[in-house]
Ligand binder design. Structure first.
Ligand code: KG4
Ligand code: ZN
Length: 338
């Protein structure tokens, strides 16, 4: 407890960010420490699981110490420990989980396992203190693309997901094809602003009628084929045009399906989450559609969009309030379902 408020120490290590945070009453962030490994993985063009796990192990204790220090808290004041236990890279998850268990055991505090995607959605409760369920959530990240109906703080139902690549993965792969670097999402976001989104008409993949699922694996090949055929014809590709056209093709589908889900399920709020929710064009397009339909749109600030532990602390708090507890047998589940 701090100032009479329930305090959560949260740990997140599902991919390449080692993160710890202290959150009061689920929404008040006292510290949110993120140690990013992007510079390390950049040279490989993507996250190398074994290297990620090793760096988590090296950094995690210092990151937790800093989170407590910045919050001006001792372990005794912590009421529970929240931790991501899936989905994610198994080696990476295990480091955060083992650390959380060790703190829980040593300090005799309850342990609460959090679903990473639930955490991403909860980032919105931190950003928007007035936000309450129900709403429709669009979760778009490097590992996930889901449309989720959120009916209560601890209750959600996945209505659609990707059948192959996640949208962030598609951004990263296309950025590589275009020689832009890693991670590709923010780079494509930036360069697409200078391009013509109608320069190349890449296929919009809607799948079966009424399906809320996605497929993004074809678009990478589409971009690759386009770049190669231009090269063979001796023409220079305009990177900004291709980036803008690729982005338009994936975002047209994402926006249409998210809005359809909200309309069909009679939701008047759409909430964005995950790394790709930081995308400026996606925000713009959804804002336009929401305005037309008098729906409210919520998105977290960029620091709460990408992986962080504050969002995990928020999700853990709502599980704790519902009486949920985990024990030290809690295991990392790389493909945990929501
Ligand atoms: O949520 P996140 O930090 O990690 C996962 O759980 O996957 O998301 C990372 C993903 C990467 O694929 C990155 O390229 C993408 O989010 N991303 C973006 C933007 N910022 C990050 N994609 C598009 N536009 C952005 N501005
Ligand atoms: Zn994530």
């Amino acid at each position: 407890m701090k100032n009479g408020k329930i305090a959560t120490l949260a740990i997140e290590s599902s991919c390449d960010e080692t993160a710890a945070a202290v959150v009061l009453e689920g929404r008040e962030v006292l510290s949110n420490i993120i140690s990013s490994q992007i510079e390390i993985h950049k040279q490989y063009g993507g996250v190398v699981p074994e290297i990620a796990a090793r760096h988590h192990l090296e950094n995690i204790n210092a990151v937790v110490d800093r989170a407590l220090e910045q919050a001006d808290m001792s372990m005794e004041q912590v009421d529970m420990i929240g931790v991501t236990y899936g989905p994610g890279l198994v080696g990476a998850l295990l480091i955060g989980l083992a650390t959380a268990k060790a703190y829980a055991f040593a300090s005799e505090k309850p342990l609460i396992g959090v679903h990473h995607i639930h955490g991403h959605i909860c980032a919105n409760y931190i950003e928007h203190p007035q936000l309450e369920p129900p709403f429709m959530a669009l979760v778009v990240s490097g590992g996930h693309t889901n449309i989720v109906e959120v009916t209560d703080y601890n209750e959600c139902r996945v209505l659609g997901g990707t059948r192959d690549d996640a949208v962030g993965e598609a951004y990263d792969k296309v950025a590589r094809v275009l020689g832009l670097g890693y991670p590709g999402g923010p780079l494509i976001d930036r360069i697409a602003k200078e391009g013509n989104a109608h320069a190349v008409e890449f296929k919009r993949v809607f799948l079966e009628k009424d399906s809320l699922d996605f497929s993004f694996s074809g678009i990478k090949t589409g971009v690759l084929n386009y770049v190669n055929s231009e090269k063979q014809a001796g023409r220079e590709t305009n990177t900004a045009d291709v980036a803008a056209s690729f982005q338009a093709a994936v975002l047209d589908v994402i926006v249409a399906k998210t809005v359809k889900a909200a309309v069909d399920m009679k939701k008047d709020k759409i909430v964005m989450a995950g790394g790709v929710a930081a995308n400026s064009r996606l925000r713009e397009m959804l804002a336009e559609e929401c305005k037309k339909r008098r729906m409210a749109l919520f998105c977290p600030s960029p620091i709460l969009c990408t992986d962080n532990a504050a969002m995990i602390g928020c999700a853990a708090y709502y599980r704790y309030m519902a009486g949920d507890r985990d024990d030290l047998s809690l295991d990392a589940i790389p493909n945990l379902q929501l």
